[in-house]
Ligand binder design. Structure first.
Ligand code: GLN
Length: 458
């Protein structure tokens, strides 16, 4: 979308929490020197990248946008960070996010919000709003994000960029600060589908440090992106339109651009099938229970004792409980606390079967809906998000958290099922001139199909 406007919203976007220009420039200079010597270099050598501040990087701070980790430096690199360095990509810095990746707007960062480069009064989406905004504002050609319920795809949709959530286990989570371990995935943010494929091939593939890492090689993603973009690249592709992810609740202009995208796919030779996934209506509820439960367990380690922030209680005895209480009260923001409390409640004895147990059953039903759909089609398609970018402060989740959670309606089913999905730009909504995202979903381990379909529509 408007790739020639290289100045759009550059100032005031606040995409980065930390910039390490010195390190990035020195890597770039080394690559230049190697190139001058005629050395053979990896495909993305010298291409700068921004990294979501949930992914640990040795030598640069990692905060998860939380007071809890303010000033903390990781003693090691995440596997994906190591792979970026091996690919000789200069790491520009760390991008802003909702605290511990909990949110859909990047307003829940402890260090200020990120703005949408298309309109600075609007949110860039979240939780990976910093990565998407950096790419959309031409501050970085590529970025890494994490996606637990849509945090790569929804910001991509709202900023007119590309975002990919790979198959669960397709990209290592080693060194990625855990939000909800059974849902989290690292993935690329970029301006084109081909760029995302190139980056995915750099960071993806088996990692012995992550017990949930798939043994598979990463696959021919770049080749498929090229194939999809070629003349007749979508011929014969069977595309399913998910009835449950259109219509009611979707903004008129989003629906309009989506319908046009489906017609484009049809005219490019794809076979369009409308199908129903009846259990998706329970997916949002199941996600917010499973995610919160895993959050309550994963965030127990921020106890003010082992590492990170520590607040000493005033007066009274200096017990571990009181240090922990004072630290967590001051260190976590409201949304994080809301989820820890919800998850702790859901996992409590006596409630476990009613909440967590039922949510896990819904998860199986959502997986079965996908399995049935993929017997008929190669990929599924839907709008990525129900609306375009809204104004900062428009959603008051302290009054009604459900209003914000509804934003994830189209993205969370794939996380529950562990399958891959991509969001590609689908034009601007006529009513507000803001970007709309189109989402493709594919069966597990078939990420390559997303690149073919995405590049074909692009
Ligand atoms: N918006 C979703 C949530 O708040 C997704 C977050 C994510 O993918 N990290 O949970």
């Amino acid at each position: 979308l408007d790739p020639d406007d290289r100045t759009r919203g550059k100032a005031g976007v606040n995409a980065f929490l930390h910039v390490n220009a010195e390190e990035a420039l020195s890597v770039a200079a080394e690559v230049d020197a190697a190139r001058a010597r005629g050395e053979e270099l990896p495909a993305l050598a010298g291409v700068p990248i921004a990294v979501k501040d949930l992914i640990v990087t040795k030598g640069q701070p990692t905060t998860a946008a939380s007071r809890m980790l303010e000033g903390w430096m990781s003693p090691y690199d995440a596997t994906v960070t190591r792979r970026l360095r091996a690919a000789r990509m200069p790491i520009l810095g760390k991008t802003n996010l909702d605290e511990f990746a909990m949110g859909s707007t990047t307003e829940h960062s402890a260090f200020g919000d990120t703005r949408n480069p298309w309109d600075l009064s609007r949110i860039p989406g979240g939780s990976g709003g910093g990565s998407a905004a950096a790419v959309a504002a031409f501050q970085a050609p590529l970025a890494l994000g994490t996606d637990t319920g849509g945090s790569i795809r929804q910001p991509a949709a709202l900023t007119g960029t590309v975002g990919v959530k790979p198959t669960y286990g397709g990209v290592s989570r080693y060194g990625v600060i855990a939000m909800a371990s059974s849902l989290d995935q690292v993935g690329p943010a970029s301006r084109t589908v081909l760029d995302a494929a190139l980056l995915h091939e750099v960071v993806g593939g088996h990692d012995p440090h992550d017990s949930t890492s798939l043994p598979d090689p990463v696959g021919d993603l770049v080749a498929q992106a090229r194939a999809g973009a070629a003349e007749g690249g979508l011929k014969g592709l069977r595309v399913g339109v998910v009835k449950e992810l259109t219509g009611e609740g979707f903004q008129a202009g989003v629906q309009q651009r989506f319908d046009e995208a489906v017609e484009l796919l049809r005219s490019a030779g794809a076979e369009i099938v409308e199908l129903s996934t009846p259990n998706f209506r329970y997916a949002l509820g199941a996600y917010y229970l499973i995610m919160s439960s895993e959050v309550s367990s994963n965030l127990a380690k921020y106890d003010g004792v082992r590492f990170g922030h520590r607040v000493l209680p005033e007066g009274g005895p200096m017990t571990i409980e009181r240090v922990m209480g004072a630290t967590r009260a001051a260190g976590f923001g409201a949304e994080v606390k809301r989820r820890i409390i919800l998850g702790t409640y859901a996992l409590s004895a006596g409630y476990y079967d009613a909440y967590y147990g039922s949510a896990q059953k819904v998860r199986t039903l959502v997986q079965r809906d996908f399995a049935a759909a993929f017997e008929q089609v190669d990929v599924l398609v839907s709008p990525t998000a129900p609306t375009t970018a809204f104004e900062l402060g428009a959603v008051d989740e302290s009054a009604d958290p459900m209003q914000m959670y509804l934003n994830d309606i189209a993205t969370i089913p794939t996380n529950l099922a562990g399958i891959p999905a991509i969001s590609v730009p689908g034009g601007l909504a006529p009513e507000d001139g803001l970007p709309v995202g189109i989402q493709f979903m594919a069966p597990a381990r078939e990420d390559a199909r997303l690149y073919r379909a995405g590049a074909g529509l692009e």
